[in-house]
Design a protein around this ligand. Structure first.
Ligand code: GLV
Length: 314
């Protein structure tokens, strides 16, 4: 069977950009995208590879003979929840491709902002106050990273290199220079975190894990940063702990519902800083380079890295 690739990206211009980029890297393989009206049923049936992000409901029934799906992002939670996802379809996800650096810098900026008391100085300026806060070494701030996959590891390394005290929590043991790692004792891990960064995938185990009881293990005045998925946190519990002054602030890049509904209390909360799921974006060039490399390996009968284990949800 002639190998064919379909791009399933819902925004048409974006799909077109991916289409061109992939076709230029894999000139010997026919590529089409879901927005092309002239794709016949026969052609769809002879398409065995897909590259995409959050395919539409009818996608898998239109392409019944797919063998592998190359996810154009790191998280596969939406894909794994797709009601039409075939049982046997192999899924490969993008690993890093420039996302780790973006996310590490986003987290570094937030940690420095807290450490340097940027918001306190801004509020003093508004009141015309000239007063400096006592300076402390970066190592006095302990940052805990929940999730030490490809992205979490880079955040941990970057923060530790800069001088923060860093620990990390993951389900399987990880070794990272300068970083203390945990695989259990979540409350002991949380007890030490002046800043808690969530960067773990959404799974049955992480869904709503950060609730009133667990967040209460953070020391008073701690800050939470969520760059993973919204459902890891219970919104109301986070708000309760912010209002009770147990937590000093939250930086949220991801939400249970996106875009964040306009009446959500996060929007106007003085201790919450919001970004629109932009802490690490899929970069077209590096991602297409990586995916086309994985496709070549796959077609040679090799096992590319990034294969999703459905039982683990990542
Ligand atoms: C973005 O959230 C991704 O999973 O790549």
């Amino acid at each position: 069977m002639l190998t064919k690739i379909v791009i399933s990206i819902n925004a048409e211009t974006e799909a077109q950009r991916w289409h061109e980029a992939l076709a230029s890297r894999l000139p010997e393989i026919p590529v089409h995208n879901v927005h092309q009206l002239e794709i016949s049923e026969r052609e769809a049936a002879s398409t065995v590879l897909a590259v995409g992000w959050k395919p539409k409901r009818e996608f898998f029934s239109r392409y019944p003979n797919l063998l592998a799906f190359f996810n154009a992002g790191a998280g596969v939670d939406a894909l794994l929840n797709h009601t039409g996802l075939p049982q046997k379809l192999e899924i490969f996800r993008v690993e890093d491709a420039g996302m780790g650096q973006q996310m590490a810098l986003y987290c570094l900026q937030e940690c420095l902002r807290r450490h340097n008391r940027t918001d306190d100085y801004a509020s003093q300026q508004a009141q015309g106050i000239w007063r400096s806060f006592e300076s402390r070494p970066l190592s006095a701030t302990h940052v805990g990273i929940f999730g030490l996959g490809v992205l979490g590891k880079q955040i941990a390394t970057r923060l530790s290199e800069v001088g923060f005290s860093v620990s990390g929590f993951s389900t399987s043991k990880k070794t990272i220079a300068g970083v203390e790692t945990y695989t259990d004792d979540l409350s002991g891990f949380l007890n030490r975190c002046d800043v808690l960064i969530l960067v773990a995938p959404l799974t049955e185990a992480t869904d709503s894990l950060f609730n009133r009881a667990t967040l209460a293990h953070l020391p008073r005045g701690a800050q939470v940063i969520n760059v993973a998925r919204g459902p890891l946190l219970i919104d109301e519990d986070l708000l309760t702990l912010l209002d009770a002054e147990h937590l000093a602030g939250a930086t949220l890049d991801v939400f249970r519902k996106e875009p964040l509904p306009s009446d959500h209390p996060f929007w106007k909360h003085p201790k919450v800083r919001i970004t629109p799921h932009s802490s690490a974006q899929t970069l077209l060039g590096p991602s297409v380079d990586q995916i086309s490399g994985k496709i070549r390996q796959y077609l040679r009968g090799e096992r590319p890295s990034g294969l999703v284990d459905r039982s683990l949800h990542y």
